[in-house]
Design a protein around this ligand. Structure first.
Ligand SMILES: C[S@@+](CC[C@H](N)C(=O)[O-])C[C@H]1O[C@@H](n2cnc3c(N)ncnc32)[C@H](O)[C@@H]1O
Length: 307
C-alpha cells in the first residue's frame, strides 16, 4: 500500500440475511440443506431470494433473471446452499479485487482471475460478469454440464461490454488438474480463488500465490489432520475439540503459515466451512491493499451498460 495515499474510508455495512438463512431456507441441524434446490422453494421464499440476489449484486438485476432462468429451466442445477455461499464469497472477493485494482491500476489490463477447483463454476461466472475487462479462467478436474448452462443464461440476460458481440467474452472453463503446471501457471499480479478446496489444495494455491506474487481468496473445506503442521486430535480422543473450533484453528494455522493478510467470514448459518483467507502478495511498490475494501465494492459492482 502506498503510504502517500490517504486511507480508504469504510464503506456501507452489508445487509445481514441471517434471518433468511435461518428461518426460511431448508436446513440440516446447523447449515442450509445441501439438497435444497432454488426451484423447489415456496414462491414467497423465491421472492426473498430474488431480493437477496439483487442486494448482493447492486445495479445488476439481470443477474436475478439469469439465475432464475437456471432455476426454472434446469431445476436440478441451482442449489440453495451453493447460491448463498457463492454470493457471499463473491461479495467479499469482489471488494478485494476492486481495492487491489485501485491500488495497482496496471493490474486491470494484465491480470487473470482464476476460480480453482471451481466445481459448478458459478463463482467464476459472477466474477467474470462483474469485471468484464478482466480475464477469468475456471479450472476443475471434471467438466460439469452446468458450465454451459450458466454461460447460456448469462448470454441470454447479461449485458454486453463495450460493443462486444457476446456477454462472457472474458471467461473460459478449463478441464484439468490445477496441480499440473500445463493446466495452471499463474503470472505475477494474478488473482487466485479457491472456495471449498479440500486438503492439499488450499496450501498449494497459497504457495503458488506467494511464489508468483498473486492475490488470493481461499476458503478451505476438509482439513486433514497434521496437514498444516499442527495436530488437533489426540490419539486417544481426549482433546474434545468440536468441529467449528478445529476448523477455525486450522484455518488460522494455514493463514499464519503463509503470512496471510486477513481472515474473513461469511455467515456460519450457510455453511460450516465459512472462513476465507484473503490477501495479496503483489509487491510492486506496496502489495496488500487497505483493510476496508467495502467502499469500493458498492460503486463498481454494476456491470458496464451496453454501448
Ligand atoms: C468441494 S468441491 C468445491 C467446488 C466449488 N469451488 C464450490 O465452492 O462449490 C471441490 C472441487 O475440487 C475439484 N478438484 C479437486 N482437486 C482438484 C485438482 N487437483 N485439480 C482440479 N480440480 C480439483 C473437484 O473436482 C471438485 O469439483
Amino acid at each position: 500500500m502506498d503510504a502517500t495515499k490517504p486511507p480508504r474510508k469504510g464503506g456501507k455495512r452489508r445487509q445481514n440475511y441471517d434471518d433468511l438463512f435461518l428461518k426460511e431456507l431448508p436446513r440440516t441441524e446447523k447449515v442450509i440443506d445441501s439438497n435444497s434446490m432454488i426451484n423447489d422453494l415456496p414462491q414467497n421464499t423465491q421472492q426473498h431470494i430474488k431480493t437477496y440476489i439483487a442486494n448482493r449484486c447492486p445495479g445488476s438485476e439481470e443477474i436475478v433473471e439469469a439465475l432464475f432462468y437456471i432455476a426454472n429451466n434446469y431445476p436440478k442445477q441451482l442449489r440453495t446452499k451453493e447460491l448463498c455461499e457463492t454470493l457471499e464469497s463473491v461479495t467479499l472477493i469482489g471488494a478485494k479485487i476492486n481495492a487491489l485494482m485501485a491500488d495497482h491500476p496496471e493490474r486491470k489490463k494484465n491480470m487473470t482471475i482464476y476460480d480453482l477447483a471451481c466445481g459448478h463454476g458459478l463463482l467464476g461466472i459472477l466474477i467474470a460478469y462483474r469485471f468484464p475487462n478482466v480475464k477469468v479462467v475456471c479450472i476443475d478436474h471434471e467438466e460439469r454440464p452446468c458450465w454451459s448452462t450458466y454461460i447460456e443464461a448469462f448470454e441470454k440476460y447479461g449485458e454486453k461490454w463495450e460493443g462486444k458481440d457476446s456477454v462472457m467474452t472474458n471467461f473460459t472453463f478449463r478441464e484439468g488438474d490445477l496441480m499440473d503446471t500445463a493446466t495452471f501457471q499463474p503470472q505475477i499480479g494474478d488473482y487466485l480463488i479457491c472456495i471449498h478446496g479440500c486438503n492439499d489444495l488450499s496450501p498449494y494455491i497459497l504457495q503458488s500465490a506467494k511464489q508468483n506474487k498473486c492475490g488470493y481468496a481461499i476458503m478451505p473445506c476438509c482439513v486433514r489432520e497434521n496437514i498444516f503442521g499442527v495436530s488437533t486430535k489426540s490419539s486417544n480422543r481426549n482433546w474434545g475439540m468440536d468441529d467449528d473450533t478445529r476448523y477455525a484453528t486450522m484455518v488460522g494455522c494455514l493463514a499464519g503459515k503463509y503470512d496471510c493478510e486477513k481472515i474473513a467470514a461469511i455467515s456460519k448459518y450457510i455453511t460450516n466451512r465459512f472462513l476465507m483467507i484473503i490477501g495479496d502478495y503483489y509487491e510492486d511498490g506496496g502489495g496488500g491493499s487497505s483493510d476496508d475494501e467495502e467502499s469500493e465494492a458498492a460503486d463498481t459492482s454494476k456491470r458496464a451498460k451496453r454501448t
